[in-house]
Design a protein around this ligand. Structure first.
Ligand code: N01
Length: 551
């Protein structure tokens, strides 16, 4: 544990050196996969490193998202560290583990790697200001704790700032109301209650499935239908997993080399348009049965780039989905004839009995496109045509994704502007890691990295190794400052834009495009090609960190 330093009356802007203040080589923010990997590897490399975590435990999103039914949608063993000491003695019970099992996994990781001794929990970073003369960051937490660090490594994930929509009267609701990512850690019993869920993204789908089993009445407020894919959940056998462990090193090597970080999800190299109807159908069918993201990114190479190929997979999905919903009017709401957006350009969710839930007599769907919410009342939700009385209102309304976790910290670099101000017209980074005017800050799993299109643990390790090697290089060369150049960031922005427009992704109002938050600049926030991305990172390193100024 870090011994808390005395908190003086100095403001975070204090420029003078405080003799008592701890000075680190690196401070990691966030105890999810990326942050924990940085702590582990940097400590191993001999850096004086600590980790600050806003929550009271490890796990990142798996600490905060403890709503009923929350579970990962990348299957194991893809979704775990490739560190042998960690995987050797660990077995999973399910192919797509629940948040409870993921928390147990994080505790196992901690037990094996001894990480929490260098983590300060309940430490929400509120300010980080760069001290230009010293090439150090001065970091302040909500409780006033401060320290200085050469390198600042935000590992905030893309979903650390929940989005609460500006619904009139939200504060007046007298029942229980929670955002899915602020679910009570002690849990909340929904049995016998009238539950309303606003939002039908991945969180909403999981919430609806569980609530449908216990609520006395469930109302789902849908603005845009989700294209939810069959999870094909499985119980896993411990003996089979142990037998498979001999292959793990090879699987993880393939995961590292894959596009997206799932070793077994690979599309056919052909176009969906160049095969016969029968063959295309067979490939769709196989991916459907394989479950998970096989049906999203594991069929044909042009599903996300060619509108005609995209429509073919949408129609397959729609036919399968409609067959599960008894009421044809409801089926049309959930799986409409005209796609709400091209297939897969909004994040598909994985479901188990989502569509069947709507066949239950106590489950209703309210289509907010037809009848929008006019206000939240003390007793429920008022739409243009009805009042829905509720005991529990769940806001499954998503996140200020990718940037929100960073911009809510008062991060200030060399020009005095905050990161939020610097990005008010749009994100500018080099390689999604460095930001001009913010020296010695390298972001992991952040905006303009492949983040949303990259399996978390794979990204934590592959991108994480790049950062560790970079810091080792700087130390060996006696360099104390690294900063992305404005030219490199501009070129990266053009590259991202070109990439976005080579796909169908800009056609959806998704959080991928920043389009779920009113007023947020519209741009593709994640790099859509892991291999191209890592090639660019390696090229920069091979050229002495081209695109960065070293001093
Ligand atoms: O959030 P979302 P999420 N009035 O932004 C609706 C990951 N994740 O928390 O589509 C009414 O996807 C909004 O409607 P619309 C995963 O990457 C993973 O579900 O904008 N509705 C939408 O339906 C995922 O993609 C896992 O029209 C409003 C919903 O709220 C990401 O996190 C589990 C509204 C938000 O959906 C985010 O998922 C959970 C309003 N004013 C999350 N504002 C797993 O691993 C918003 N909505 C399984």
């Amino acid at each position: 544990m870090i011994v808390p330093m005395p908190t003086g009356s100095e403001t975070p802007h204090a420029a003078h050196a405080d003799q008592a203040m701890e000075v680190l080589d690196a401070l990691v923010i966030g105890a999810g996969f990326s942050g924990l990997y940085q702590l582990y590897r940097l400590r191993e490399a001999g850096f004086k490193v600590r980790l600050f975590e806003a929550g009271s435990d490890l796990g990142g999103v798996w600490h905060w998202n403890c709503y009923p039914g929350a579970r990962v949608d990348s299957h194991v063993p893809n979704y775990e560290f490739s560190i042998e000491a960690v995987w050797r003695d660990w077995v999973w019970t399910e192919r797509f583990p629940s948040w409870e099992e993921l928390r147990r996994y994080f505790h196992h990781v901690d037990q094996v790697l001894g990480l929490s001794q260098d983590i300060r929990f309940n430490a929400r970073v509120t300010h980080a200001h760069f001290l230009d003369d010293d090439n150090l960051w001065e970091v302040t937490c909500a409780d006033g704790h401060r320290l200085r660090t050469r390198y600042l490594l935000p590992c905030l994930g893309f979903a650390s700032r929940p989005y609460l929509p500006d619904l009139p009267g939200l504060g007046q609701f007298e029942g229980i109301c929670h955002h899915t990512a602020h679910w009570p850690q002690a849990g909340l019993d929904l049995s016998g209650r009238r539950v309303g869920v606003i939002g039908t993204g991945a969180s909403g789908v999981q919430m609806v499935q569980e609530a449908s089993k216990v609520a006395s009445h469930l109302t789902v407020f849908q603005r845009t239908p989700i294209i939810a894919l069959p999870m094909q959940q499985q119980r896993l056998d411990a003996a089979e997993q142990r037998a498979m462990k001999a292959q793990y090193p090879e699987l993880f090597r393939r995961r590292e080399a894959s596009n997206g970080g799932l070793w077994d999800v690979r599309p056919d190299r052909r176009s969906a348009l160049e095969v016969s109807d029968d063959e295309r159908h067979a490939i769709f069918e196989r991916a459907w049965n394989d479950g998970g993201f096989h049906f999203w990114t594991g069929t044909f190479r042009d599903i996300l780039t060619d509108a005609r190929a995209n429509r073919l997979i949408y129609d397959f999905w729609r036919e399968r989905t409609r067959a599960r919903v008894h009421n044809p009017l409801l089926a049309e709401k959930l799986a409409p004839e005209q796609p709400p957006h091209p297939f897969g350009t909004k994040r598909p969710s994985l479901e188990q009995w989502y569509y069947e839930a709507f066949n239950l007599p106590h489950v209703d769907l309210v289509d907010l496109k037809d009848t929008p919410i006019t206000s939240i009342t003390a007793a429920g939700v008022q739409t243009t045509t009805q009042h829905v009385a509720l005991d529990v209102l769940v806001l499954a309304t998503g996140f200020d994704a990718s940037t929100g976790g960073l911009t809510q910290i008062d991060l200030r670099g060399t020009d005095g502007a905050s990161l939020a101000q610097s990005w008010s017209e749009g994100v500018r980074t080099f390689l999604g890691m460095g930001v001009p005017h913010f020296p010695n800050m390298l972001m992991l799993y952040g905006p303009q990295s492949p983040t949303a299109f990259w399996n978390g643990p794979a990204s934590a390790e592959v991108q994480g190794d790049w950062v560790v090697q970079c810091l080792v290089h700087l130390r060996a060369q006696g360099i104390t400052r690294i900063e992305a150049t404005a030219q490199a960031a501009q070129a990266w922005h053009r590259h991202m834009d070109m990439l976005a427009h080579s796909t169908l992704l800009p056609q959806a109002d998704s959080w991928y495009m920043g389009a779920n938050i009113p007023g947020k600049p519209r741009q593709l926030l994640s790099h859509a090609g892991t291999r191209v991305y890592m090639d660019a990172c390696r090229k920069s390193a091979a050229e002495g960190y081209a695109g960065f100024t070293l001093a």
